[in-house]
Ligand binder design. Structure first.
Ligand SMILES: Cc1cc2nc3c(=O)[nH]c(=O)nc-3n(C[C@H](O)[C@H](O)[C@H](O)COP(=O)(O)OP(=O)(O)OC[C@H]3O[C@@H](n4cnc5c(N)ncnc54)[C@H](O)[C@@H]3O)c2cc1C
Length: 831
């Protein structure tokens, strides 16, 4: 064998070893063996081999003998790392360590174990949950008239409040043993979403007691006494809860709340007891105006050491429960957040509460922040994704229907390429939303996935925003004009609420997703940090050594994987499935390896500075989020039986995510402060440039847009989830009924219109034209009858509302006189 051939062979073996993640010992041995091989073939002389041995042997020994390695190499690195590690407050540590990682950690790690995703079993609804959706929830939806609620009442009718309380809508997350419904996250998501398709105000009202708040906090941390007292009262609606964290001075940086509680001694009924004197100012608190019990976050101080530890005066964030009518509490005023769910400020001046009001009792003093961050998953992972998906469901169906029935320039508007750009996007995003909702709700049943839920909070609400905006465009004036016929205007108006709550979106994207994700999902970083913080230095060094060298191997392996997969067109990547999705799974696996390498290089080069470089870190967060969502789509498509009609939706959703991933990589690399490193990262991620993927093609977009105008299998699934009232009793029902009727007379109806426009059919007005077409045998009498029936339904579906001046001026307090609109042809015929 020639030296050149052997060199090639050795290079392939070494690359293969790095690619497959061989141990340091194996790799070192392989390097030694390669040198001996060259020596045997004469490519390396005795002098060469001696020089090599002098360099190689000490390095190999130091690297592979742990005790030696720790003393010579790791110890100085450990010292420098410990020194450079930014000091972290307890609050930051709590936030970082709260919650669990899940499937996203595999995609972050760069070598996903696909079986973990494929083995996930979606949560199924139990018989009780199914029945609750089909009966109580359906019943509630029928009671809701969103226009009346929003414009006339500015509140839910009392009978709706009573119905929700009586039927335990506020107690879905409270366990059955305490009298609650004990529903799974998936079931809660389905209930909230179905209500949202009828009334945003009602869905937010149900959502809040089932998210972060007194119910969840007592369930997780409450003392037995608190559980026994509060839970039954929350379950049957005797108590309406709210939770106050945000105030005028502090929103996103909630850990900096200025509200205080000072431990004091009080004489109550002749007995001395310890209590807390509260002073606070909260705003934007959902349900506050009607709440009877307030969960409150404040900073606990004990200047007199009354809790027994004189050295500890500041306990930090603490959560307590107080009845809304406690002396000194000002509550009841309302904000107006674009929708009319209850929301308002709460002010407390010298409010006294007993020490037993702390959620979880005295031992939980100062542990409030940890409690809050641990419980954030419900709002971020269940309620807000449910709301977002519900917007997608409703808009998919209604916009598809409207695009079909609304005609301009003698064609359904949904056939124009420009409109299809919007409708195709609505269809693809809705598919992505639904796949992400189902997977994430399952994740929330298995654990408290903090990174996934932050990703979903941001991306799902952003997709909802996009869907609502595009749907508005497609509808034109039909959804600009507010009124009972408008099924979109209220969502458009209130959309910023979802963007802002539970971690405002800019902050969530820029600070949390990657900030928390990089540390929590990384196989080694948290271990390195924990080792550096270990007060037992010898133990810390041992742990750090293991983590650090594991980390180095990880970096080389992931760089090699990304590069090799890129150079071989993803052929060596694994796919958990065969068929249409395989090519996407492989493409995602390559990008997962590129993310792992890029994240490590970025952390290594920029260190703590990366946290402040939000523009950069947010892009890596986007990569991780889209990897998660694209894999959620693969899972959803495969689980639902690889239906042909769904394929276009699934492809659109994944190709969109891959385009977003590539855009994020390119922008990250282009803006990396060290240009040469940015170039290297770009080469590893895209050795042949950006490749072919640039998002869904026009053809794919048109396929989804066309499917949206039909009754496809995905649409049928959505129809099972949304509330659809009958015809004109429900704005969405009205438009869907029209589209259904139209589908039943197509393609004959289009042919009839073409015949009218070409002059083959003549006559003044529809009736004359139908008669002429039947007489000329161009259409059947049956079709003519179908068109006759469709026309008034179509006309009704495209109408918007108009009101008397008095009705609008008095916010609906003076009833309106409805004037029925008619097609112009009918006026003409009458004349
Ligand atoms: C309708 C509604 C209902 C609500 N319900 C409740 C409730 O029931 N209980 C409760 O306690 N709170 C509630 N909130 C408060 C909500 O959680 C806060 O509004 C939210 O945390 C943002 O705070 P802020 O509005 O003060 O915005 P700010 O914190 O002032 O933020 C303004 C902007 O700056 C961005 N930003 C801030 N810091 C960073 C950063 N480090 N990096 C990048 N961007 C950053 C934010 O993303 C945002 O875009 C509600 C709010 C609304 C509007």
């Amino acid at each position: 064998m020639s030296n050149v051939l052997f060199g090639l062979f050795a290079a392939v073996v070494l690359v293969g070893l790095v690619y497959s993640g061989a141990s340091l010992l194996t790799f070192t041995a392989a390097v030694g063996a390669a040198a001996l091989g060259f020596y045997a073939l004469g490519g390396l002389g005795t002098v060469g081999l001696t020089i090599f041995a002098v360099l190689y042997v000490p390095v190999a020994v130091v690297l592979n003998v742990p005790a030696l390695r720790r003393g010579v190499l790791t110890s100085p690195i450990f010292k420098a790392f410990s020194k450079a590690l930014p000091a972290m407050s307890q609050t930051e540590k709590d936030a970082l360590e709260a919650g669990d990682t899940w499937w996203e950690a595999e995609m972050f790690g760069g070598k996903p174990d696909w079986s973990k995703l494929m083995n996930v079993k979606y949560t199924e609804l139990t018989a009780d949950e199914k029945s609750f959706l089909e009966n109580e929830t359906e019943e509630l939806c029928k009671m809701l008239d969103d226009w009346k609620i929003t414009f006339e009442l500015k509140d839910l009718p009392q009978e709706v409040w009573d119905f929700m309380g009586k039927n335990k809508f506020f107690a879905m997350l409270i366990a059955k043993e305490h009298g609650g419904l004990g529903f799974s996250p998936y079931a809660q998501s389905c209930v909230v979403a179905k209500i949202a398709t009828r009334s945003l105000t009602a869905s937010v009202t149900v959502m809040v007691p089932n998210s972060l708040g007194p119910g969840e906090l007592i369930m997780h941390y409450g003392t037995q006494e608190q559980k026994d007292y509060w839970l039954p009262r929350l379950v049957d609606g005797r108590e309406i809860p709210c939770f106050g964290l945000t105030g005028p001075e502090v929103g996103s940086d909630a850990s900096a709340i200025p509200d205080t509680g000072v431990v004091v001694k009080r004489n109550i009924n002749g007995k001395e007891e310890l209590g807390i004197m509260l002073n606070f100012s909260k705003r934007y608190i959902t349900l506050a105006p009607v709440a009877t019990v307030v969960g409150l976050a404040f900073k606990l101080k004990d200047p007199q050491g009354l809790l027994g530890d004189a050295s500890k005066t500041d306990y930090g964030i603490t959560c307590a429960l107080l009845p809304a009518d406690t002396a000194g509490v000002q509550i009841g005023r309302r904000h107006f957040p674009g929708a009319v769910f209850m929301n308002g400020p709460i002010i407390g001046r010298d409010v006294y509460i007993p020490l037993s009001s702390i959620i979880g009792g005295r031992e939980m003093a100062g542990k409030g922040w940890r409690m809050l961050v641990e419980c954030l998953s419900a709002g971020r992972g269940i309620s807000l994704p449910a709301l977002s998906a519900a917007s997608g469901w409703g808009m998919y169906l209604a916009t598809g229907a409207y695009a079909r029935i609304r005609r301009q320039f003698k064609l359904p508007i949904g056939k124009f390429e420009g409109v299809q750009e919007a409708t195709g996007k609505i269809g693809g995003l809705t598919y992505k939303l639904e796949a992400s909702r189902v997977l994430t709700a399952t994740a929330c049943a298995e654990c408290a996935p903090s990174v996934v839920t932050a990703m979903m909070k941001y991306h799902m609400t952003e997709m909802m925003r996009e869907i609502i905006l595009r749907s508005m465009d497609v509808h034109g004036g039909r959804t600009v004009i507010l009124g009972p016929r408008n099924y979109l205007g209220q969502a458009y108006q209130a959309m910023p609420v979802a963007i802002t709550v539970e971690g405002a979106n800019i902050m969530t994207r820029n600070l949390i997703v990657f900030g928390q994700g990089a540390i929590r999902c990384h196989p080694w970083v948290l271990k390195e940090m924990q080792a550096a913080q270990n007060p037992n230095k010898a133990e810390g060094l041992r742990d750090f050594d293991k983590a650090f060298f594991g980390h180095l191997g990880h970096i080389f392996n992931r760089a090699m994987r990304a590069l090799v997969l890129g150079l071989t067109g993803n052929r060596l990547a694994k796919s958990p499935v065969s068929g249409e999705m395989a090519v996407y799974a492989k493409a995602l696996e390559r990008r997962s390896a590129a993310l792992a390498f890029t994240a490590d290089v970025a952390m290594g080069v920029l260190g703590g500075e990366l946290k402040r470089r939000e523009r950069l870190s947010s892009r890596l967060g986007d990569v991780l989020s889209h990897l998660y969502m694209a894999t959620a789509v693969i899972k959803y498509y495969e689980t639902n039986g690889r239906n042909k009609e769904e394929l276009a939706h699934a492809k659109w959703a994944i190709e969109d995510s891959i385009a977003e991933i590539d855009k994020a990589f390119v922008e990250f690399n282009r803006n990396f402060p060290v240009k040469a490193i940015g170039g290297l990262l770009n080469f590893v991620a895209f050795p042949f440039g950006m490749g072919k993927t640039r998002g869904p093609s026009d053809t794919l977009n048109a396929q989804v847009a066309d499917l949206m105008m039909e009754r496809n299998v995905f649409a049928e699934r959505l129809l099972d989830k949304v509330f659809v009232g009958e015809g004109s009793s429900d704005p969405t029902g009205r438009i869907l009924e029209a589209a259904d009727k139209l589908l039943s007379i197509e393609p004959g109806y289009s042919n009839f219109l073409k015949a009218v426009s070409s002059g083959k059919v003549v006559g003044e007005g529809l009736e004359a034209q139908l008669k002429d077409a039947v007489a000329k045998k161009l259409i059947s009498a049956e079709l003519a009858q179908g068109i006759r029936e469709y026309e008034p339904i179509r006309f009704d579906a495209i109408l918007t509302d108009d009101f008397s001046k008095d009705y609008l001026r008095t916010n609906g307090q003076i009833p309106d006189e409805i004037i029925e609109a008619k097609p112009v042809s009918e006026y003409k015929e009458a004349a």
